[in-house]
Write a protein that binds this ligand. Structure first.
Ligand code: XIL
Length: 372
């Protein structure tokens, strides 16, 4: 299921995100701006804060590196560790862009998350022609080779991205992905075991989306994810955290902080951490006025992060980009705004100037309890 579909699905659910009680309060007046950037504010509370970056943008916009120096302690390659970037053929790897990104992170003292060892999207064209046996062999070869190459250099890996899709009707609400089709439900354990063998130091994460809002589809996904994680923990499969992508919509589905926090605690009760892994706020459901959109987007950041960070189980918060310039949110016809205006979903605008969303994230970090 593509991001596009889930957005239109959310939109069809009606019930504006901003109309939900949780989001009704007026936008928080920015507190006194602390000298520290978001990374330091987060670190003072035991939270690792950062963002997705991509090789092209880093090379093109020096302002981006300046922002990362203040507002990121960790980065994740938006594209460069995906199969489509790493695998020109079934027998070859191309690590050049990933290596370059990791070198950049090292030079700027930024930790790095890996994303993603298995994902049913961003697969190279040749993948579709594989037999089930070839897929199984390639999965083992890919995870082992990539995990070993970066062993000791990554904070964590999204080992399997988006394994849940109850709409596919499979047991446990699993997605009918090419990996499931080739290897059955045990592909998740296989992937985690291979990742642990390849890089014993990286924290291993199962990452997914639409786990955030108080709507039946997200609730079903939360329950399926909890069952999946509980089974992995029970069978002592190496897994350390749940990644919640948090691609949110201003004016979309309702959000219930208490119910979301209860879910976070349920993950913590399994002995796992929670990482917010791809946070951004799409404003495509709102009218065209930029000031009103910025206010609404900021309120979503403030309220969602306020709820997430209130739970000490949340150890990492990653944005999916820092600037509206180049955000993936404009990439796809159904995800972008009907009026064609560029989406203003990130804390910096397309001139790399901070917006209300930046202040909202700062305020949520200022209020977050310290965690170990
Ligand atoms: C997206 C990137 O941002 C795009 O540039 C790319 O074209 C497609 O993938 N969930 C994920 C991310 O886990 O890997 C996706 O990133 C966004 C949705």
């Amino acid at each position: 299921m593509t991001v596009v579909d889930r957005r239109s699905l959310l939109a069809s659910l009606g019930a504006g995100l901003l109309s939900a009680p949780a989001f009704r309060s007026a936008a928080a007046a920015p507190a006194a701006a602390p000298a520290a950037g978001l990374a330091k504010l987060a670190a003072d509370r035991g939270v690792l804060f950062g963002t997705a970056v991509n090789h092209a943008s880093l090379g093109r916009y020096p302002a981006l590196t300046e922002i990362l120096r203040a507002d990121a302690a960790i980065v994740v390659p938006e594209w460069e560790l995906k199969w489509a970037s790493l695998r020109p053929s079934p027998t070859a790897f191309d690590f050049a862009k990933a290596d370059s990104l990791l070198d950049f992170a090292g030079r700027n003292r930024l930790a790095v998350r890996g994303h993603a060892l298995l994902w049913h999207e961003a697969l190279p064209r040749w993948f579709a022609g594989l037999t089930k046996q070839e897929t199984g062999r390639l999965v083992a070869d890919h995870i082992g080779t990539v995990a070993r190459r970066y062993a000791g250099r990554l904070h964590s890996w999204d080992v399997v991205n988006e394994p849940i899709n109850p709409r596919d009707g499979l047991p446990g609400g699993l997605r009918n992905s090419p990996f499931y089709q080739a290897l059955g439900p045990s592909y998740l354990e296989t992937a985690l075991d291979l990742a642990a063998a390849g890089d014993p130091s990286a924290r291993l994460v199962i990452n997914d989306y639409n786990l955030e809002m108080q709507v039946p589809e997200h609730e079903a996904r939360r329950q399926a994810m909890l069952a999946l994680l509980a089974g992995l923990v029970r069978r002592r499969i190496p897994v350390h955290a749940l990644g919640i992508q948090a691609h949110l919509d201003a004016g979309g589905a309702p959000f219930d902080p208490a119910r979301f926090r209860a879910f976070l605690r349920a993950v913590g009760d399994l002995g796992l951490a929670v990482y917010i892994t791809e946070l951004d706020v799409n404003d495509r459901l709102l009218g065209p006025d930029p000031a009103a959109r910025d206010m609404a987007v900021a309120e979503v950041y403030r309220t969602f992060l306020g709820a997430a960070l209130a739970e000490p189980v949340v150890k990492v918060v990653m944005l999916w980009g820092v600037s509206d310039l180049g955000t993936w949110l404009n990439d796809s016809p159904n995800a972008r705004r009907r009026d064609g205006l560029p989406i203003r979903g990130l804390p910096y605008d397309d001139q790399f100037r901070p917006k209300r969303a930046w202040s909202a994230i700062r305020d949520a970090l200022l209020e977050a309890p310290v965690r170990s």
